[in-house]
Design a protein around this ligand. Sequence first.
Ligand SMILES: Cc1cc2nc3c(=O)[nH]c(=O)nc-3n(C[C@H](O)[C@H](O)[C@H](O)COP(=O)(O)OP(=O)(O)OC[C@H]3O[C@@H](n4cnc5c(N)ncnc54)[C@H](O)[C@@H]3O)c2cc1C
Length: 501
Amino acid sequence: MSNLSMAAAVVPSISSASSYSSSLILRPFKLLPATKPSSSSSALSLVLTCAAPSSKDARGGKRKPTSRRSKYGTSRRSTLKKSFNQEQVVFTAPVSHEPHVGIIGGGMGGLLCALGLEQRGFKSTVFDTGIHGLGGRLGTRTIVGGDKELIFDHAAQFFTVSDPVFGDLVNGWLAKGLVEEWKGRVGEIDAGGGGGFVPFPPIPPRYVGVNGMRFLADSLLSQSEMVNVVRPCWISKLEPFNGMWHLSENGKPCGQFDVIVIAHNGKCANRLLATSGLPLIARQMKKLDLSSIWALMAAFDDPLPIPFEGAFVRGVDALSWMGNNSGKLSKGKQSPECWTLFSTGAYGKRNKVPQESIPCETAEKVKESMLEGVEAALGMEKGQLQRPSYTKLQLWGAALPTNSPGIPCIFDPQGRAGICGDWLLGSNMESAALSGIALANHIGNYLETGGETPAAAEEFGIGLTTDFPPIQGHDIGQFSGLKNIQQPVQDALHSSVTVTV
Ligand SMILES: Cc1cc2nc3c(=O)[nH]c(=O)nc-3n(C[C@H](O)[C@H](O)[C@H](O)COP(=O)(O)OP(=O)(O)OC[C@H]3O[C@@H](n4cnc5c(N)ncnc54)[C@H](O)[C@@H]3O)c2cc1C
């Protein structure tokens, strides 16, 4: 079966799944037989079999999940040990008649996974922490003050298309008015080269969310009928019980699901997986390495005398990107000019602090370094740049993946759990979208088998031991087709301008 096909799925009829009954058989722990841990670890895996016995069972499904105590401690120090040594949960009962997938994370990956499942006829619930909206790293911040509005894309800035499946998706978004081509001048500045800006040619086209990237994310599910969204909600626990996954937020039950999808990464995912009963998935997640990036949103009362809307910056430690949101989002409305500035990953790593509580002195230091970085990039004297009338600093502590298994998704059929997200394929929105679509198709194919083991376990295991080589790209991700300054096309060189201030 071509279970990794990323082609748009048609809606199939759900094949018969045996009825679900709701008691738990706890079988004695035994050594994991079929699935071998990665060669990089000698950790022992144990198996917890989680089956649904016949409906005649006296408990009849009324029992609440018991708190199966972990035999390991809960300190952060032991998280790694817990991940590697925890028991593997194995679901042996068929999935429900109407399987329900729980998706933890409402970024591009999770949302497209939900949409893909809907196309296959499966319902899902997306849980996301977002207070203002969905989207995760598709973040747009709007600040309204008096008659003025400031608007910033404060993570993803724009995207290009390389994959035809993603291309079809983007065409659909263009038709619905969710995204548009960004015609602003975008290019590169090499500070070592004296502030010269080299524009990229117009091909490949660059796309942006029409009212910001978050608007795109919030619109994706607007017509879906089989996707439920719960936010803000921070899933803090996954528990296998009675043939189902039980999700909860700080002790508050959030529902039970036949299959779960981890559509986020980083420290949060590592904690969630540390005691989940999914050691193979936890181990893969642990291999991921993420950069840290500072974002400075800065509004200037007078337009900056800069002849471009976006530039990747080379040769400046505190700055890797500067983008003018007013050009692309405010559509010429009179307002201060809103720029998003990003540090390099190297600078982010050296100046990393807890992102929830940034010390004031760090914030001040980083802000000044980034503004000086703009001056350096533009070849200005120190202090020559207009002072911004508004600034907001944010640290993306888990910003972008620096390594990747290069596979569309990971799925553990024994534990009925999958992972999707940008990092599986690369470091951009396209990767996240393709990963979500691929996992939806994979889970769709799995659910159509009724989840019967062991054949399904053999056939559907994917990415559970793959290695993660480093990935290349800009500090803020990969943009297929954009020429970089080291290989400038002739036209770009000829139209190169020197920024004057
Ligand atoms: C500074 C920066 C600039 C970038 N610029 C670009 C760019 O210009 N172009 C581009 O293509 N890409 C860019 N990217 C990358 C792009 O944003 C990501 O590749 C993409 O958005 C990732 O989507 P995702 O679904 O994999 O993950 P995410 O967007 O991270 O989504 C995960 C979601 O899960 C939620 N979550 C986490 N834990 C839980 C939990 N326990 N319970 C519930 N919800 C949870 C998170 O809050 C989040 O909303 C940039 C990223 C950063 C950080």
